[in-house]
Design a protein around this ligand. Structure first.
Ligand code: DHB
Length: 490
């Protein structure tokens, strides 16, 4: 049932700079717009069938959302508006004035992404995608493309700047366009989930102003109403330490290795064992994590301070185990047989104990230490933090110090700050965060820290680890839309 890795992610994983580029059709470049006025954009009437019903809407596509685009292949917005809103109608109690604006992105692997459209998702067994469902439920949909790391001008912070510029376009056009721009609900998965969360927490921040001005973004606020984030690959400054806190002692790994052969993407599961050097790095990185967790001064819902001792044990780890127990209990209540889960103690149908170290062994390691800031600058994240002159850079002091790359530079601290949802105090009140219980792309600690930080600052956070779900998103759209409906009513 889970939606497997997106095309964008496959491309991302396939992006070593030395590989021959995949043969692909050239994306069109759109001219810079004369103004940012939605009233001047032509719409087309379209429809699709969903569950025996005809869903009619108007499509306003390929809107370049800034006056001075840096790359108009990606800096475009597709807006879809239910037809009923052009004739004074309502859908599910929403009207042209009150309908929330669903704002999904297609970003994966911090790669460039084009704006989304209503389509059946072939990778999810041909099911209608979130945009189709949103239209059928009366949402206005605005999906923005954004630049990504493989382009000279797509390194950090390009993607978040682009999404903010698109939000500003919607806010500036609130009167001209159906939908309530004070009810923008963002959605994304993985890198796209990280950016969705960052869009929420960094709303209104002055940090991004110079970049937005340079692009000629609409002059408007960029705070959003609510965030849906699936498996956010965020907090990259601390993700290596978090990964080793979880996987230290697990030395066998299964990597997804992607190569290009005759212009075709080849995906291979590569099994291996960490080298003695990697095992040593794992220990050093794990040792950095407790001080970071303790510095955040977080508490759980019971008011217990979330801490770790020098060995990585403590209340924060217990909280992680509690989240896993909740996930397992839900699966048990749904009649799943979990007797093969060696890390879980079940008594009389109740999940009563989880052993985090045994859990890590059971799910297995996917990345070698350091998981994100690779010592040889080979990770996608190294490229994310590069710039037009230096394609790949380190972004942690640890990996800079231990670098094996011939010429290694570290990204400036401000650029790194701009990409991390944890670095901002959120004006956005509502968050839904989902990380699959089987996700090994980043430590489960990353999602827990984000949700605790948001909860501790008084936000409404719905956070869970759905049982058996791998690194993926949009697998529970009925629940997502139920959540959206309930928060939009607030
Ligand atoms: C994504 C996955 C990763 O493992 C990663 O390091 C960065 C991004 C993704 O799926 O978008």
């Amino acid at each position: 049932m889970n939606q497997p890795l997106s095309a964008a992610l496959l491309a991302a994983l396939a992006a070593p700079a030395f590989a021959a580029p995949a043969q692909q059709t050239e994306l069109p470049r759109f001219p810079a717009p004369k103004n940012l006025n939605f009233a001047q954009v032509q719409g087309k009437s379209q429809s699709f069938e969903l569950n025996g019903q005809t869903v009619r809407y108007r499509a306003f596509e390929n809107i370049v959302y800034v006056l001075k685009p840096a790359d108009s292949r990606y800096q475009t917005l597709n807006v879809y508006i239910p037809e009923a809103y052009f004739t004074g109608g309502s859908i599910d109690d929403y009207t042209a004035q009150t309908a929330p604006i669903f704002f999904p992105n297609n970003i994966g692997g911090y790669m460039p992404a084009t704006a989304g459209q209503p389509e059946n998702d072939q990778r999810a067994g041909g099911k209608p995608n979130a945009i189709m469902l949103a239209l059928s439920k009366g949402y206005v949909v605005a999906s923005a493309g954004a630049r990504g790391r493989t382009e000279a001008n797509g390194h950090a912070p390009a993607a978040i700047v682009d999404l903010k510029a698109a939000v500003r376009y919607l806010k500036a056009n609130d009167q001209a366009m159906a939908g309530d721009a004070n009810k923008i609900i963002s959605n994304g998965t993985s890198a796209g989930g990280a950016l969705s969360a960052l869009l929420g927490t960094s709303g209104g921040s002055k940090d991004y102003e110079p970049y937005l001005r340079q692009l000629g973004a609409a002059r408007a606020n960029d705070t959003i109403f609510a965030v849906s984030a699936y498996c956010p690959i965020t907090n990259l400054e601390h993700a290596d330490a978090a990964y080793e806190w979880q996987f230290n002692g697990v030395n066998d790994y299964q990597k997804i290795d992607i190569s290009m052969l005759d212009y075709k993407v080849e995906r291979k599961l590569v099994k291996g064992t960490q080298t003695p050097a990697q095992i040593q790095l794992s220990g050093s990185l794990k040792a950095l994590f407790p001080a970071y967790v303790n510095s955040l001064k977080l508490k759980n819902a019971q008011g217990t301070p979330m801490t770790l001792d020098a060995n990585g044990n403590g209340t924060f780890k217990t909280q992680m185990e509690t989240m896993l127990l909740q996930s397992a209990q839900k699966a048990l209540d749904n009649g799943k047989d979990l007797s093969d889960q060696t890390w879980l103690t079940i008594q009389n149908g109740k999940a009563i104990a989880a052993d985090f170290a045994a859990y890590a062994q059971f799910v297995g390691r996917q990345k070698t230490a350091p998981a994100f800031d690779a010592l040889d600058l080979s990770s996608g994240e190294n490229q994310l933090f590069g710039d037009a002159r230096t394609d790949k850079k380190h972004f942690t002091a640890f990996s800079l110090k231990n670098s094996t790359a011939a010429d290694s530079l570290k990204a400036d601290a401000h650029t790194v700050k701009l990409m991390n949802a944890m670095n901002y105090t959120s004006p956005t009140q509502h968050y839904r965060i989902r990380v699959g219980e089987n996700d090994r792309d980043t430590s489960l600690a990353i999602g827990l820290l984000l949700s605790l930080k948001l909860k501790n600052s008084g936000k409404n956070v719905d956070y869970a680890l759905p049982w058996g779900v791998p690194h993926s998103g949009d697998y529970d759209l009925d629940e997502l839309f139920a959540w959206m409906k309930s928060v939009a009513a607030k």
